[in-house]
Ligand binder design. Sequence first.
Ligand code: FAD
Length: 282
Amino acid sequence: MNQTNNIPVSFEFFPTKTDAGHEKLIAAGHVLAAENPEFFSVTYGAGGSTRDRTRKTVLQLDSEVKVPTAPHLSCVGDSLDDLRNLLGEYREAGIKRIVALRGDLPSGMGQASGELRYANELVEFIRRETGDHFTIEVAAYPEAHPQAAHFESDLKNFVRKAQAGADSAITQYFFNADCYFHFVDRVRKAGVEIPIVPGIMPITNYSKLARFSDACGAEIPRWIRKQLEAYGDDSDSICAFGTEVISQMCERLVEGGAPSLHFYTLNQAEPSLDILRNLQGR
Ligand code: FAD
């Protein structure tokens, strides 16, 4: 059987501001649950801006949609008491996995006021408070974190997170499989063996993607940019081209040893499903 046929997958959602958006998210969750994902995850607004909505979404996906769901948790702007309380609530609700991040405070929220400065400190805190209860995921940046002085210092900081007790990592999205292979190779040479799961961003809207990629340091290769620009407002062509490009990249990633794929769904089922159908020849 082709390796891409049974590659494990996970899906990420963001908590919505409206009830209608939330209903759509839950509906997408039901559709994606049929793919038998390893887990769902739900993002967290740094500084606690989505604390209640993240918790509500996590608990509903976990208990109603019945896919084990991991809350993201970020440490900038949250006090140790906030973090301790949330961890306790999740633990009590039977949540077993956490995505541990530093986070970025939204502009306008002022200086970071949390007691922990970096994700490695949050991983240490979670281990200290809850032992081995949670499987801890951390973020990885094959193209280097946008604030990192250079690749080597960022790599060292990634290694700190693994040494602090992270079990696994999910990467920032990228459009160039070679940067993933290079990153994994360098991490292994640094003696770290935790799984590094590629984060996959389906392409559905060029202007949003370009803006977001600039901010998070994901490079859109010129040949992809030029083709997407040429499609203008023709969203069917953008989606069709995007699905093809991302499916081919996923195939290379899986053939090159990626342990699973984590989809940034943006709360929509179809774009991720289109890629999975391509990979599985459905
Ligand atoms: P860190 O690992 O702490 O790194 C941040 C920067 O500091 C890097 O430049 C690093 O090199 C440097 N650094 C790290 N440790 C040290 C140290 N000990 N000393 C000195 N420098 C150090 N953001 C949200 O707000 N909410 C989310 O839900 C969310 N989910 C995400 C999920 C994934 C899979 C990914 C890849 C990113 C996510 N983000 C989220 C974005 C993330 O919060 C930002 O990229 C943030 O800027 C860095 O978070 P981090 O956990 O990678 O930070």
